[in-house]
Ligand binder design. Structure first.
Ligand code: CA
Length: 385
């Protein structure tokens, strides 16, 4: 009690000093206060020599996504990115995340970012094959590279440069921002024993995998994740692929499908994307641009780590708790699907020079990395089994 009495005047002195500092600060720099219009506001600080030294401008971005908000696994990349950017920039760049359908429909994300009606989006490049079929290489192609190889190609093999070239006409800067690792082949209400079993089978399977499926006699459609359970339950589709055990368990597909097939021949290591409107990106100072780049790379690796960490326990739960019938697609069927895939790549390359250019680069890297992985990753997988 006596101590408190003795110190009673201290808080008043501190408050007075703080008020004085604040008043002096506003007298000195207040006249430079400025607003930079939509998406940005704040003040600029001048140095002793009278030059602007650091921008204290704050930026607010809206990010639309192709996933339901806070969707496990896929959706967490967007919220991770937003949190990281906020923390690293000390709030100078904030990103509000909107789930599918909140501002724009799931498959309206690309157009919204391209037009600048929002600054950023999170989704998957193969959803935009209607814009340019070459976009599909930046998510996954059937019988393509795995996650580790995709990252090697994107960051050290020229893949990212090609991706940015392909998105340039849309005024969009892409970043890798998540990887699922190899997916599962999907949930089926019919057994797949021969190629004949694919005939007429309605499956949700996007991208080039969907084209392979059609050519094999099936019927592919693309439906956003949030609508898949009902589509499978009501028989609108006979089968769906989604991601892997962790995500698929969360969506409850085991309740509405009989068989869970592997491996994910159609998505062997799918990269998800952060897309940023080019004007919005260029408007950022260099340090905030570096923060966007760094946070996307963190989100990219973090998703792969999360799936690796959680898929195995989810698979155990599907098998042991929910009695899911997990089956391999027969090798003869996979080999035929692979042949169809290569036919489609060849034909598409003849139609679209961008597809040809990206395919060549992708294929060259894939062949080279495959040679190396035969004596490294693959040799070790075989050894430990
Ligand atoms: Ca998928």
């Amino acid at each position: 009690m006596t101590e408190m009495k003795a110190n009673r005047s201290q808080p008043m002195i501190i408050l007075g000093l703080v008020a004085l500092v604040v008043i002096l600060f506003w007298l000195l720099v207040g006249k430079y206060a400025s607003s930079n219009g939509s998406g940005a506001d704040g003040i600029r600080v001048i140095s002793e020599d009278g030059n602007f030294t650091s921008s204290k401008t704050n930026y607010h971005w809206k990010m639309v996504t192709t996933w339901p908000k806070n969707f496990p696994g896929l959706g967490s990349a967007a919220t991770n990115f937003s949190r990281l950017v906020d923390e690293m920039s000390e709030g100078r760049l904030t990103v509000s995340v909107y789930g599918a359908g909140e501002l724009v429909p799931a498959l309206g994300v690309f157009d919204a970012v391209s037009s600048g009606s929002v600054e950023a989006g999170h989704g998957a490049a193969y959803y935009w094959k209607g814009k340019n079929t070459a976009t599909q290489f930046f998510t996954a192609i059937p019988f393509g590279m795995n996650a580790q190889e995709m990252n090697g190609w994107l960051y050290y093999g020229g893949g990212m440069e090609l991706w940015r070239e392909i998105y340039e006409p849309f005024n969009i800067v892409p970043f890798a921002a998540g990887n699922t690792g190899i997916q599962m082949a999907g949930w089926f209400n019919k057994q797949i024993n021969t190629m004949d079993d694919i005939k007429g089978l309605k499956m949700r399977i996007p991208g080039l995998g969907g084209e392979v499926w059609n050519r094999a006699g099936g019927s592919s459609i693309n439906i956003p994740g949030g609508e898949l359970y009902t589509a499978l339950q009501t028989g609108v589709i006979d089968a769906t692929e989604w991601v892997g055990p962790y995500n698929d368990l969360a969506l409850g597909f085991y309740q509405v499908a009989d068989y869970y097939y592997y491996p994910g021949w159609h998505e062997t290591g799918s990269t998800l994307e952060l897309i940023v409107n080019k004007d919005a990106f260029n408007a950022l100072p260099k340090d905030l641009q570096a923060i966007v780049e760094t946070a996307s790379r963190m989100a990219n690796q973090d998703m792969l780590d999360e799936f690796t960490g959680r898929n195995n326990t989810a698979l155990q739960e599907l098998i042991n708790t929910h009695d899911v019938d997990v089956r391999p697609i027969p090798k003869a069927v996979l080999l035929e699907l692979e042949e169809i895939a290569h036919q489609i790549y060849f034909e598409e390359a003849e139609k679209n020079p961008d597809f040809k250019r990206v395919y060549r680069a992708y294929k060259t890297f894939q062949e080279n990395v495959k040679t190396y992985h035969k004596v490294s990753e693959q040799a070790y997988y075989e050894l430990r089994d």
